[in-house]
Design a protein around this ligand. Structure first.
Ligand SMILES: CCCCCCCC/C=C\C=C\CC(=O)SCCNC(=O)CCNC(=O)[C@H](O)C(C)(C)COP(=O)(O)OP(=O)(O)OC[C@H]1O[C@@H](n2cnc3c(N)ncnc32)[C@H](O)[C@@H]1OP(=O)(O)O
Length: 241
């Protein structure tokens, strides 16, 4: 990913990712490794500008595109791994959770789902994604407290699989993970993976329109917009301190 300054996902970038996923899913690949070309930031999540004072039509398209990327990524036949070379809050974390394996570079980085801090809520399919990886009890506490884990905590709780010394090491560990499937028939691997992951996909597929309506309702709530205003200000003012 290379969308400076923070690899945030806006509508156009989501379309680019959808096209790339469509393209690679036609190829006979062994696996895909997601990483960032931006030092210290894997992804800062969804672009907050998309839901602060949004245009309604664009907001609906935006969330529908988020849903598309999530389904496509989760459904890929081949192995997916994330070399997390920096912060991975919110959708940055979800992106890594959509992969089968995560190696995170050691450093002063945070990963987790902090949506509640912005006044927005994690949808049931995102919650399901999280508790497929870490236990339900930890998920509930993490989501309700908007907890961002440091690298050691993330390993301890199982949110990441391994700690890497740098980006290259993280990528190598991802490659090693992908090589594990060299002798496994592709269709058996793919079907097993898809069945293991059917809960979040099923929840989302059954409720796509309702999910968009709920997201729009939450985002357009005046108190959520106030919260987002403060959050955006805080982000801007960080540099001035
Ligand atoms: C493709 C996705 C598929 C997967 C499906 C996803 C499903 C959806 C799931 C979840 C939904 C989640 C909702 C969200 O994602 S809301 C976004 C939440 N993100 C955050 O709260 C992170 C906010 N950012 C930070 O905390 C920091 O920027 C950090 C990542 C820790 C990096 O810190 P630092 O290195 O100090 O860099 P800066 O803070 O100075 O940031 C650099 C510039 O980037 C701008 N920025 C950062 N984050 C965002 C953002 N999310 N949206 C818009 N802009 C952002 C920041 O303002 C700086 O800009 P500038 O240089 O102009 O000042």
């Amino acid at each position: 990913m290379q969308r400076p300054p923070a690899n945030t996902f806006n509508l156009e970038y989501l379309h680019e990712i959808t096209n790339s996923l469509d393209e690679i899913s036609k190829q006979k690949l062994k696996g895909v490794i997601l990483t960032s070309a931006i030092p210290n930031i894997f992804s800062a999540g969804l672009d907050i500008k998309e839901f602060y004072k949004p245009d309604l039509q664009r907001l609906e398209n935006f969330w529908s595109s988020v849903q598309d990327v999530f389904i496509k990524l989760l459904d890929l036949d081949f192995a997916t791994a994330a070399a997390i070379n920096g912060h991975a809050p919110a959708a940055g974390c979800v992106l890594s959770l959509s992969c089968e394996y995560r190696a995170m570079v050691n450093g002063n980085y945070k990963i987790g789902l902090n949506e509640a801090a912005l006044g927005i809520i994690t949808t049931p399919w995102i919650q399901a994604m999280m508790y497929q990886v870490i236990p339900m009890k930890h998920t509930e506490t993490a989501l309700t407290t908007a907890k961002l884990f440091d690298v050691d905590e993330a390993l301890q709780i199982g949110l990441i699989d391994e700690i890497a010394s740098n980006k290259e090491d993280a990528i190598n560990r991802c490659k090693q993970y992908i090589r594990k499937f060299d002798k496994i028939p592709l269709h058996a691997r793919a079907l097993t993976k898809q069945r293991m992951r059917q809960t979040p996909i099923k929840i989302l597929r059954e409720q796509r329109d309702e999910d968009i309506r709920m997201f729009v309702d939450v985002v357009m709530n005046p108190s959520v917009q106030d919260n987002l205003k403060d959050y955006v200000e805080k982000l801007k003012n960080k540099k001035k301190k």
